[in-house]
Design a protein around this ligand. Structure first.
Ligand SMILES: O=C(O)CCC(=O)C(=O)O
Length: 207
């Protein structure tokens, strides 16, 4: 795949002493618009989507989205008590991973894929600070489909700063350390959204 020399510039946000870069339509600037749409269809149709259950206050709940976990050998993962066995990379995930590694000069070995079926699906406040993750590596996420808000808040509850990004088809977000150490993020419900959205959150896992 041949990449252009210039891509959309990052919009850096400095939040709670952390850098969070948002690059609107990054994917369309490095591959064709058709390719981004083809990836979206392929991910929707071919990832091994599942709806996990979590235990909260003694009750079992279905999580309000579908997800799938892919990674190199040795990157099995667990979050909120849900064990995720790494599936083998699909061709589409491999292409996107290589493109991000090349453009951002980072090494990524795993990805959590999230499918929000419509605006009722969401993700609550959390940080990606699991012990299995390399704390020095950024977390890199790309977005397909419906536009959804991503919100950030400090872990320090006395700090009232907030950051909200509107993430659209093809957008890239890079969360540099120590974002996971000092902030939380979430994808709130947006009831008017009827279209699906896929987010791929690439990480570097300790192996
Ligand atoms: O859907 C998103 O943009 C966020 C996903 C996320 O926070 C995660 O995978 O930990």
């Amino acid at each position: 795949m041949q990449h252009p020399l210039f891509t959309t510039p990052p919009v850096p946000h400095h939040f709670c002493g952390c850098q969070i870069d948002h690059r609107p339509q990054f994917l369309q600037s490095v591959v064709s618009i058709d390719q981004v749409d083809t990836w979206f269809s392929d991910l929707t149709a071919h990832l091994k989507w599942q709806q996990d259950r979590i235990h909260l206050f003694g009750r079992e709940h279905l999580i309000p989205r579908l997800n799938a976990w892919y990674g190199d050998q040795g990157t099995d993962f667990a979050y909120s008590g849900i064990p995720l066995k790494a599936e083998q990379w699909t061709n589409t995930l491999t292409e996107i991973r290589r493109l991000l590694e090349e453009h951002l000069e980072v090494q990524l070995n795993s990805v959590l894929a999230n499918l929000y079926r419509n605006g009722l699906d969401k993700m609550g406040w959390h940080s990606d600070d699991e012990k299995q993750m390399c704390p020095k590596s950024p977390i890199v996420s790309v977005n397909f489909g419906a536009s959804r808000k991503m919100q950030f808040k400090p872990k320090d509850q006395t700090n009232t700063e907030r950051l909200s990004l509107l993430l659209e088809h093809g957008d890239l977000v890079v969360m540099y350390p120590p974002t996971q150490e000092v902030t939380k993020h979430c994808i709130p419900m947006m009831k008017k959204v009827v279209e699906p959205r896929i987010n791929l959150t690439f990480r570097r896992h300790r192996q």
